[in-house]
Write a protein that binds this ligand. Structure first.
Ligand code: ADP
Ligand code: MG
Length: 289
């Protein structure tokens, strides 16, 4: 039978917007050694906006944006929303896309007219030599996420988007660190952006350019070191890692699969709720022992 204290603890959590799936979830939250945080949508608001568009010689800005938006119409990624919103603001019409494909953690591709287009991570879209490295570095160092649009022959343009860290993230992370829990950031995004966002969030340990499948491997490697690992995420790409963690948290703004996988759902989309969950777990278990 579940001890009364646990039932009370779960109820208190619910009142504070911290939904524990079951008694075990509440109990496990006590002994976390390391908390792994996804970046986009978890530490940040996940509502990026387009900040800069650079086109290569001979290309038209609106054309690049409308190609990009047409490709993103088939994606539900936060970056897709940013590009579609920008195209909408500019009043651009979208093209029909054939053979659309969305590649998790990389980008989107498809055919418009007789052009085969790719939009996403620079390394996925185009060979290194065809990219404007100075521009990439400059934009990334400002903490922006960069997407490259290219057809089979050349790069057409660069679209930079920026995402702000959630107002409460820094405070929450400091509080969790003060409890003796290590914090690590894990992201599919590039190194420059990862460095800048982790700096803003007060995290020294981060892994960048991590493919969705490898996020789970990072969790497994930590567990092999006999650490109790918690993970917070929001996206489809986080679900395998959430499933591998000892305790998993999902933002309620996240995708259904992340929420279904997680042990704890954070109704306020606020990392301070993780600190609260840990505290609640401590208090509850103290009563039982
Ligand atoms: P995170 O781990 O920060 O949540 P993702 O793993 O979802 O990020 O994505 C990693 C990178 O892949 C993005 O920074 C972006 O460059 C590229 N990418 C992913 N999905 C898309 C998309 N729909 N459109 C364009 N680029 C994308
Ligand atoms: Mg995410």
């Amino acid at each position: 039978a579940t001890p009364t204290a646990v039932v009370v603890g779960i109820g208190k959590g619910a009142q504070a917007g911290v939904l524990f799936r079951d008694a075990k979830a509440l109990e496990l939250a006590e002994k976390i050694d390391i908390l792994v945080l996804d970046k986009t949508g978890t530490i940040t608001e996940g509502k990026p906006v387009v900040t800069e568009i650079h086109v290569t010689a001979g290309q038209d800005r609106n054309q690049v944006l409308s190609f990009a938006a047409s490709l993103e119409a088939g994606s539900s990624h936060p970056l897709a929303h940013a590009i579609l919103e920008e195209a909408r603001k500019e009043g651009l019409s979208l093209h029909t896309v054939q053979n659309f494909k969305s590649v998790m953690g990389q980008g989107v591709e498809g055919q418009i007219g007789n052009q085969s287009l790719k939009l996403g991570r620079s390394a996925w879209v185009a060979p290194e030599f065809s990219l404007n490295q100075d521009l990439l570095k400059e934009l990334e160092s400002k903490g922006q996420t960069l997407m490259v649009l290219a057809d089979e022959a050349r790069v057409l343009g660069y679209i930079a988007v920026a995402d702000r860290i959630r107002e409460s993230s820094k405070e929450a992370i400091a509080e969790i660190q003060k409890r003796g829990v290590k914090v690590m950031m894990l992201t599919g995004d590039n190194e420059g952006t990862a460095r800048e966002i982790s700096r803003q969030a007060g995290i020294t340990d981060f892994k960048h350019s991590v493919k969705p499948a490898d996020k789970a491997n990072v969790i497994v490697t930590l567990k092999r070191k006999k650490l109790r690992v918690a993970m917070v995420g929001d996206g489809i790409n986080d679900a395998p890692a959430l499933a591998m963690a000892d305790v998993s948290f999902s933002m309620s703004s996240g995708t259904d699969i992340a929420i279904e996988t997680a042990d704890v759902t954070l109704m306020k989309n606020d990392l301070r709720s993780v600190a609260q969950a840990i505290q609640l777990s401590h208090l509850t278990l103290k009563k039982i022992r």
